[in-house]
Design a protein around this ligand. Structure first.
Ligand SMILES: NC(=O)c1ccc[n+]([C@@H]2O[C@H](COP(=O)([O-])OP(=O)(O)OC[C@H]3O[C@@H](n4cnc5c(N)ncnc54)[C@H](OP(=O)(O)O)[C@@H]3O)[C@@H](O)[C@H]2O)c1
Ligand SMILES: *[C@@H]1O[C@H](CO)[C@@H](O)[C@H](O)[C@H]1NC(C)=O
Ligand SMILES: *[C@@H]1O[C@H](CO)[C@@H](O)[C@H](O)[C@H]1NC(C)=O
Length: 320
């Protein structure tokens, strides 16, 4: 009789001990033990928030391997390659800021800075030039192109891109802004300078440059739309981008990151239009940076998709 009444309780105890997980969290750098959680439900997600409720989850990184990839918010404990006693490594990613804020500050800066030089506000050029305008029409065209480029980026950030990561480390914004804002000021100073000399081959060169510039802006925009359409609203899925009906996207047959290819083209057009050394330098530096990103993206596409089109290069067809 007594034996019978105890039976159900014992099975329940066994059930509990099998199903719950024990989670140990170590510091990824020092390997110090940070915390130990017992009775973690196997269906737990957002494992980050468990240990440091005082830090928002986006700031925390939890990994299976100290140097490995961070777990995603939606990873479920029981589907991870761990036993019922799991060890994770924690890293503080530092203060975070949303991608949209980052992009808006990065891009609004160059737009406003360039315009200050264009309108020749005081203390930039000698006082007699304050608020005067250039006699070369290419200077006005360049200002329109430059502004168009950054307005396009701002609008795309607000209305087109679907970001998979909500935030990035705050310190990156200082680095990125110095880069974009600094270059914008340097280029604008020379292009809007009262002693600026227009391109050698005159109107023909400028027209050619404008066509290249606009062509690439449209191409770049087409790619961003294509990437957006790959990702259903609110999701984080990643698919292989393929050419669509829009001919500007057909370049996907040959490169993995055509948005960068078009961006390079755009700045080459701008260089040709203004025939200005700082612009050429900005184009070169941007190209090197984008090549690094494109190669990384290309590698991750190859790793993620076994049927990835073999003909594609990262940024320049058949070359790079
Ligand atoms: N440190 C780096 O290695 C690195 C690399 C690239 C960019 N950046 C930063 O990003 C800035 C410019 O990069 P970016 O203009 O190229 O913007 P981005 O942040 O790389 O991309 C914009 C959006 O398009 C989405 N997207 C890209 N490929 C996709 C696909 N195959 N399917 C669905 N959606 C996709 C991206 O999602 P995903 O987030 O999923 O890609 C992202 O949400 C720079 O200022 C730089 O700071 C840094
Ligand atoms: C540019 O293209 C690459 C590769 O498809 C992608 O990773 C990146 O997010 C794109 N940038 C934008 C702003 O869409
Ligand atoms: C092209 O795409 C890149 C990355 O996707 C973006 O950062 C850049 O502003 C775009 N360039 C042009 C010319 O629109």
């Amino acid at each position: 009789m007594r034996h019978d009444t105890k039976q159900p309780i014992r099975t329940e105890l066994i059930y509990i001990s099998v199903v719950f997980f024990e989670v140990e969290i170590l510091d990824a750098k020092t390997k110090d033990k940070l915390c130990f959680l017992d009775k973690v439900r196997p269906t737990s997600t957002k494992l980050c928030a468990a240990c440091y409720p005082q830090w928002y989850p986006a700031r925390q990184s939890i990994r299976l391997d100290p140097k490995g990839k961070s777990l995603k918010d939606e990873d479920v404990l029981q589907h991870l390659p761990v036993g019922t006693t799991a060890t994770f490594y924690f890293r503080d990613l530092g203060a975070q800021i949303s991608w949209v804020t980052v992009f808006l500050t990065e891009y609004a800066g160059p737009l406003l800075i360039y315009l200050m030089f264009y309108f020749r506000v005081p203390f930039i050029y000698p006082p007699k030039y304050d608020f005067t305008t250039s006699k070369h029409w290419v200077v006005h065209l360049a200002c329109m192109c430059h502004s168009f480029h950054y307005v396009k980026r701002l609008l795309e950030t607000l209305f087109v891109h679907r970001f998979s990561h909500g935030t990035m480390p705050l310190r990156n914004i200082f680095k990125n802004c110095t880069y974009y804002w600094g270059f914008a000021a340097w280029m604008a100073y020379y292009i809007n300078h009262p002693l600026y000399t227009p391109p050698t081959y005159g109107e023909q060169q400028v027209k050619m440059a404008l066509i290249i510039f606009l062509f690439c802006q449209i191409g770049n925009f087409s790619i961003h739309i294509a990437l957006r359409n790959l990702r259903p609203p609110g999701s984080k899925t990643r698919k292989i981008p393929y050419p669509t009906k829009n001919p500007f996207t057909w370049i996907f047959l040959l490169v993995s990151c055509p948005n960068y290819t078009y961006e390079l083209g755009s700045w080459l057009g701008f260089t040709l239009m203004t025939q200005c050394l700082p612009v050429a330098f900005f184009t070169l530096v941007g190209f090197i940076q984008m090549t690094v990103w494109a190669k990384a993206k290309h590698r991750s596409y190859l790793k993620e998709f076994r049927d990835y089109p073999p003909l594609r290069s990262p940024i320049l067809p058949f070359v790079l």
